[in-house]
Design a protein around this ligand. Structure first.
Ligand code: 6PG
Length: 243
């Protein structure tokens, strides 16, 4: 596991953009395409804007297949839609191939949307799909993607995509499961802000009890990108061990 601490949120987004640039260019040069699962929430928005703006001309957009590590069960035009956020921040502003943008069809019942999403992933990538890059965030409760504490998805070993009911949010979510996340070639957590300092410390230094701690790529890279604020509660011992 690699841990990098950046001075601030902008440097964090830049470090993530450089990782995306390296990985996407390597993959497209080697085999002509690159697959990435985008994360939602607020943290990665700056990354997506950077990729569309300052990194625009260095990314092999037409060779990239875009997926989402999770999605809210709302219309793709809804303010809370991860697809809408990434489309506005990046996809609508760069020359992607529309056929390579694989959004979750959240207009359908959650279970149908999850099953169809899994079918799309398997159709595109085969029965043991290994995404080149998976971006993840960390919730203050230790959730990642839409795998929340206590979720039955934590025990899912077969399905690649699930549609759990999230009681605290009173809604279904559609999420990649640990079986899919832990098959990723490069899994990157992007965490920013003082409000995440405590959960970052508990996840990186404490006993295993949060969904984010179940993300352990089987034969892939696990990279934590933090800004100083989010890393504020880490002990030196942890930093020495991780870095
Ligand atoms: C979502 C995300 C979720 C997010 C964390 C952190 O759909 O909201 O996938 O897992 O990454 O909740 O969210 P913030 O970046 O907004 O803090």
């Amino acid at each position: 596991m690699d841990l990098q601490i950046l001075d601030n949120a902008d440097h964090l987004a830049r470090a993530a953009a450089e990782h995306f640039l390296r990985r996407s260019n390597e993959a497209v040069a080697q085999r002509g395409w690159f697959t990435v699962a985008l994360s939602g929430g607020s943290t990665p928005k700056r990354l997506y804007q950077l990729l569309a703006e300052q990194f625009r001309d260095q990314i092999p957009w037409s060779g990239i297949h875009f997926y989402w590590s999770d999605e809210r069960h709302v219309s793709p035009r809804h303010p809370e839609s991860n697809y809408r956020m990434t489309n506005e921040a990046m996809l609508s502003r760069v020359p992607v191939s529309p056929a390579n943008v694989h959004r979750v069809f959240t207009e359908n019942p959650a279970a149908d949307a999850a099953r169809d999403y899994e079918d799309t992933i398997v159709k595109q990538m085969g029965g043991n799909p290994r995404l080149d890059l998976i971006l993840l965030g960390l919730g203050a409760d230790g959730h990642t993607a839409s795998i929340f504490p206590g979720s039955e998805v934590l025990r899912e070993t077969k399905r690649l995509v699930a549609a759990p009911w999230v009681e605290k949010l009173k809604t279904h979510r559609i999420t990649m499961t640990l079986a899919l996340l832990n098959n990723g070639a490069s899994v990157v957590f992007l965490v920013s802000g003082a409000e995440k300092a405590q959960i970052v410390k508990e996840v990186l230094e404490g006993p295993e009890k949060y969904p984010a701690q179940a993300v352990k790529p089987v034969n892939g890279e696990l990279l934590w990108l933090l800004d100083q604020e989010a890393a504020g509660n880490l002990t030196t011992m942890a930093l020495r061990r991780k870095l």
